[in-house]
Design a protein. Sequence first.
Length: 172
Amino acid sequence: MLNGLLIAVIVAMKYGLPALLPRFPFAAGWANFVLDTVDGDLLIPLGLSDPVYQNIDKSADYVTYVFMIVASRSWPMRKALLVFFGIRTVGQALFFLTHKEIVFFFFPNFLEPMFLGYATIRVFAKEGAPSFYRKHIVAIWAIVFLYKFQDEWITHVGNIDRSETIARLWPF
């Protein structure tokens, strides 16, 4: 019963946290990122089957993408974020049709790292965020693309479990 309650709380957080993105893009964005990073390591050991977890995870991710678009409606890269949203939407649809994770490598999630990057810039640069973004646009986009391509490969092509890899490298 406790496991079921914990599963329900974590799943509720996965769907509820994105609703905070328009009001708190930095805090809610990074909290969502952390939750999305560890949720499988929590939910599956608690008894959620992998297929059920995958459906919950991918649908909750899509809820996050929608709220990211809402939150970024006045940001300087909003048109690019809409394109990234469209690319990932195709990937999401193909995943739900085929249940093959490799589609995410071909339809990568550039939306999330670009959103998190700009949300972070807004916190530190405040009113100067748009000019900081324009001044460093090439570096920002390069970081986002390099990070995301390796992340999509590790996660959806190589199927490398980061938690297990870290545990092997640094046993406690």
